[in-house]
Write a protein that binds this ligand. Structure first.
Ligand code: 13P
Ligand code: SF4
Length: 309
């Protein structure tokens, strides 16, 4: 009861403040459902980057992990970007830093460096191009280099390498604990329980799980696939926030998690109260120096340049 009362207060205040501040709320597909429902734009990391770059409002409130809010600031430097829960970080992004990229370059002077967007801004400053799960293959294929250091996710790197056979890859050994948590034996069991279901898995999952899947797709790719597919049952190998969205968007279809409780605890730190306090107190603003913005913008612009086909 009390939570319902609090939530209706926060919902009203968020609506009032978002108008007063001329703000827009961007949220990732892994956010808790209450945040998904108030978002002006809900999407995958590519959608959110593209939309951030085009925002007309003065303020962007970003509900996602910190590298996403940083990317929004780089792409919309004149806007006030608020990240309501600064402790919400992607542990995989923290597996690499600028110093490690410089060392890899020294060891492999003839290789270009492509980074997953799941990297902190100081890593993005040091790399040649960025990609998301939606455009990683295109960026790697189209970027003018025959040898590529791909970082930090070894699983997404393997997925790209298996499709861009004409190039040589050096894969960094980062990984996502949330997706690595999906176990092949659990997926085999779920497949047996739902033999008609199509298995859609995020390429951050481990090799055995990927091999058991029908299609490897980022979260936006999964939504598009389900929209275009006449079949009714899907096993989903990614964070459960996306499954909640799929169930809302496609009420006539059925979605089963590849294993119970695939949860990114960092994405789940957000509550309506955080969004309300953020808009009320204009907290916590993402501040980046001009140098950081300029250097990391280059690699993000290369994502748009090379990632389109
Ligand atoms: P998407 O780009 O597919 O939304 O994925 C982001 C992410 O963090 C996956 O774990
Ligand atoms: Fe990072 Fe994995 Fe969470 Fe995505 S699901 S934000 S890669 S920890």
């Amino acid at each position: 009861m009390k939570k319902d009362r609090d939530n209706s207060f926060y919902l009203k205040e968020i609506d009032r403040l978002r108008k007063e501040r001329n703000a827009v709320i961007l949220a990732h597909n892994y956010q808790p459902e209450e945040i998904q429902l108030i978002a002006d734009i809900l999407g995958d990391s590519l959608d959110l980057s593209e939309k951030a770059a085009e925002v007309k409002e003065d303020v962007i409130v970003f509900a996602g992990v910190s590298f996403m809010a940083e990317s929004a600031k780089v792409l919309a430097p004149t806007k006030t970007v608020l990240h309501p829960v600064p402790d919400s970080r992607c542990p995989m992004a923290d597996m690499i830093d600028g110093q490690k990229v410089r060392e890899l370059r020294e060891q492999n002077p003839d290789a270009a460096v492509i980074a997953y967007i799941n990297t902190n801004v100081e890593t993005k400053m040091e790399v040649d191009a960025v990609c998301t799960s939606a455009n990683a293959v295109s960026v790697a294929r189209n970027f003018p280099a025959n040898k590529i250091i791909f970082l930090p996710d070894i699983n997404l790197g393997r997925f790209v390498k298996n499709q861009v056979l004409e190039k040589e890859f050096i894969l960094y050994k980062g990984f996502c604990r949330v997706h690595e948590y999906i176990k092949a034996r659990d997926l085999r069991r779920i497949k047996k329980e739902h033999p008609e279901a199509i298995v859609l898995t995020h390429p951050e999952a481990n090799e055995e799980v990927c091999d058991l899947s029908d299609h490897l797709l980022g979260t936006g790719g999964m939504i598009n696939f389900v929209a275009d597919c006449p079949l009714k049952q899907f096993i989903i190998g990614t964070e459960e926030g996306l499954i909640l969205r799929l169930r809302r968007d496609f009420p006539d279809k059925e979605f089963f998690p590849a294993q119970p409780r695939i949860i990114c605890s960092n994405m789940k730190m957000f509550t309506l109260r955080h969004i309300y306090l953020s808009l009320k107190n204009m907290h916590k603003e993402v501040i980046l120096s001009e140098e950081v913005i300029e250097k990391s913008l280059r690699s993000l612009e290369n994502m748009f340049k090379y990632g389109n086909s």
